[in-house]
Design a protein around this ligand. Structure first.
Ligand code: ADP
Length: 262
């Protein structure tokens, strides 16, 4: 069944004319954006251009003001009843959310739980896995992010980079179809950034999950992304393959933006 998903032309995620306002502030303006199965997309752009809002709406943390977001053709914020779209209820949102994982700037691990329990908690409580199954999966994930020797440690005993790697393991262990990364290194000391980016790069290479990454790390975006989307003022200003967008930017705004990283 899963194989068919990859072969179909239907995108995994589609934003159609999605707008979002906070009061009088129009943050996103009729955004159209489709993400394919397996695709890794980096969102770049100045602070305030709407990058975080795009992924928070997919994580069901912010509701679009208008427009439709779909996951494999099924509306996220709406439910189809008698051919009409009505606002989704919490049950529908919860079901849709199970296919989406997110890692935040601040990792927010449960401080009173061991690293292993931080990662097994949701598979047991939300997915109904047995403790043994959840632990096997969690240990495998923690080994992948280089923390197989920290299973019984507590978050406070770990560096920020290690904690963020636990947060990544905690999201990926749920086997979502799409992973969202929101500036996951911006709260870290500079010397810890590399190890977290490396874990994400490795995951990107090994996994079938699609990824949407909000980042200010241009080298990372170039390495990990199939496509880079540059946002300006709530709209897509330019997009394309990393070497095109970063190496041969067409819009003046993108040129100015990239100039800051030189
Ligand atoms: P980016 O990720 O590109 O920096 P954001 O999506 O975080 O941009 O924010 C876009 C704009 O929306 C910013 O001006 C921000 O202050 C505003 N904003 C984001 N979330 C809220 C909120 N919950 N309430 C009010 N304004 C918000």
């Amino acid at each position: 069944m899963e194989r068919c998903d990859y072969m179909s032309d239907q995108p995994l995620v589609r934003y159609s004319k999605v707008s979002k306002s906070f009061g009088d502030l129009k943050v996103l303006k009729e955004l159209d954006l489709a993400i394919k199965h397996r695709e890794k997309v980096a969102l770049i752009g100045p602070s305030g251009s709407g990058k975080t809002t795009i992924i928070r709406m997919l994580m069901t943390l912010e509701q679009p003001t208008s427009g439709v977001i779909e996951l494999e053709g099924e509306p996220l914020w709406h439910k189809e009843v008698d051919g009409k779209l009505i606002e989704a209820d919490e049950k529908h949102l919860r079901k849709m959310r199970s296919d989406i994982g997110m890692v935040f700037q601040h990792f927010n691990l449960f401080p009173h739980m061991t690293i292993l329990r931080n990662v097994t908690e949701a598979p047991i409580r939300v997915q109904g896995l047995s403790k043994e199954e959840a632990e096997a999966r969690a240990i495998d994930m923690l080994e992948k992010v280089g923390l197989g020797d920290k299973l019984n440690a507590y978050p406070a005993q770990l560096s920020g980079g290690q904690q963020q790697r636990v947060a990544i393991a905690r999201a990926v262990v749920m086997r979502p179809k799409v992973m969202l990364f929101d500036e996951v290194t911006s709260a870290l000391d500079p010397e810890l950034v590399g190890e977290v980016l490396q874990v994400i790069k490795d995951l990107a290479e090994e996994t079938d999950m699609a990824m949407i990454l909000v980042t200010h790390e241009m080298d990372f975006a170039r390495d990990v992304a199939d496509r880079i989307v540059f946002l300006h003022d709530g709209q897509i200003e330019e997009e394309g393959a990393p070497q095109e967008v970063l190496g041969n930017p067409k819009s003046e705004r993108l040129q100015t933006f990239l100039g800051r990283f030189m």
